[in-house]
Structures are given as C-alpha cells and as structure tokens.
Write a protein that binds this ligand. Sequence first.
Ligand code: ZN
Length: 364
Amino acid sequence: MRFLIAVLVLIVGGLVVSCGPTHQAPVVSEAEEAAEAAYQERRAFQRWHGQHVRVFNIWDRLAAANAEFCPEKIPAVGWWVSTPGGVSETLRGEYVRKFGGGDIPRITYLHAGGVAEKAGMRAGDQVVSVNGVVLAIGWNGQMSNWRTWKETSPLKVEYLRGGKRRLVNLTPVEACKFNVVVGPETTVNATASIDTISVSVGMLDFLTSDDDLALVIGHELAHHTEGHIAKKMQNQVVGAVFGAVIGAAIGLPGLGYSGGTIGAMAFSKEFESESDYVGLYYTARAGYRIDGASELWRRMGELDPNSINFGSTHPTSAKRSVALSRAVREIERRREAGEPLVPKRRHPVVEKADKGDSFEDRMN
Ligand SMILES: [Zn+2]
C-alpha cells in the first residue's frame, strides 16, 4: 500500500512539474500589488464618478428645460445625495476618502450653477432632513423620498458640515420626474423604462461630446413624455388577448404569447422616429448643439452596419440621419423666426427616395 502511494505521489508530482510554467515572470511583492490596486481603485472611482456627473449634468438641464412636457414633475435643486452603500465594495474606500462615510447621506454631485450650489452647499455635506423629514435611502444607496416632494414648494434643508448642523432654504426649479442611471453594460445602449432612463457605460464611451449624449438622453425622455412605454405595454396586452382568442379557436394555445410580442412591436419604428424628432427639440431647448444629430446616426451606422439598411423595431440609421437633419433645419428656422421651440404634432416623413438628401446636407 505504502509503495502504491509513493508511486502515485511521484506520478502526480511529475505531472505538476511538467505542466508548470517554464519561464520566470517578474516577481511582484504583496506591498507592490496592494499599492497598484489602490491606484487602480482610485482610477476606477474617478471614472465611475465622472460618468455620473456627466449624465446628471445633462439630465438636470434637460429635465428643467422640458418640465412643461412632463406629466409628473419634481422640485429639483441640482444635487445627488447618496451613501457609501450605493457603490460596489471596490469603490467604497475611495468614495469615503473623497466624500466621507457614515449612514447620513452626503452630496456626491452638485450641478454647477444649480440651486443647491448657489445656496452654498458643497460636495460631502450630509443632508439630514428636508422639510423636517429625514432622508430615506433606497436599496441602491441613493435618496429615495425625493419623489414625494411637492411641486415648487420651498425646501428647508438641514445638513451637517464638519459635524456642525446648518440650515438652508432652497427654492427648487420644476423638473421632469424621472430617474436617470448609468448602466454597467459596455454595449452602446440607452433605454427608457416606466420611470427610469438608463445610459450604458458603452454609450458614454462612444459619445465623447455632451451635445451628442444630450441627444440620446433627450430621445429617451421623449419616449416618456409621449407615453410610448405605456402604449407599448397596452399594445402587448391587446396583441396577447387577440392571439389567445384566435389561438383557442384554431387550437394553437401558444398564439397568445406570439400575439403579445407582435403587439409590443406595433408602431415601434414610429415611436422611435417620434422620439428622435421630439427629443431633438428637448435637446435644443436645454441649450445643447443639435447640428451633430445627423452625424451621430452616421456613426451609429458605422458601428453597426446592419442598421444602415435594416431595422425590425427601429428605423434604419440612414432614415434616422436624414429625418434628423431635416428636423434640425426646422428648429433652426423656428429659432430665426423667434418662434417657441415646441415640437409640431406631425413630424417630417422620410421615404427611401429621400436618401440623397444626406449627402446634400453634409455639403451644406
Ligand atoms: Zn428609442
């Protein structure tokens, strides 16, 4: 038995030796690794925070400039308030180093020139209560009771700076009541759900210009204001019911599911075109440049060549580019005429034959 074990140890030992690396990689001490890890954590935190600041800055401008089109509004003061629990464990150390720790939420973003900043509030201030109500923190570590604040009411804010209690009155601006988040996906994507707009990290990397990013967020905002999400759900239900009734009659029970899918896709392209058009107005109203809208869709075509000529739920990138350049001209004309920038209820229709316009537009 002993002999057998010895032979086995020799065989396994021999295998391990023969399968091991044959080159000597540089030796890294634990201290060196820890120092580099701390540096990378700092970099990762700066990137994370920078992405949020960028999106919040754009969102604040869009949400205030277009409040009149939003079905529900909130009083906005241009801050973001959260706790260290809102970030991943890796980023938490840097978060605390930059803003401070504790359970009382802190300001981690201030809109430059916004209400809170003008009133003297600073990043790192701990917001204790608003109008006497202690701030609630949601599952994502961010302030959650902002949705209950009454429109345009003045806000009495109690906060701590360096442990000292302070009071300030903020007169908020009216803004659209939606949540905006940075999604972790590296794909180039932006989505709108019933109460949240999400912009992916991939999209932020792809769009280096804030004007372009504002166009994308403006488009998502338009999905909200035009009620596309609710309409889509309604079409899905109608399609599912219709499919189920037909399916029962002809003995295909799965037809309800297919009907729902088809229903959800009804008007999908039209909704996208409408959001492009309406969102362009929203972007212009927030003071962003819109003359790059057509080029943005050319870049999307480069990124995803399939989208140039084909789109099952979305218009082609070619159509979007031409329609947007036409809508840009419409907005410019209305600006010159001193007309209010309110989207017209009927938007420009672009047929395949109009494709030639894009070249002409580029030249002009
Ligand atoms: Zn869309």
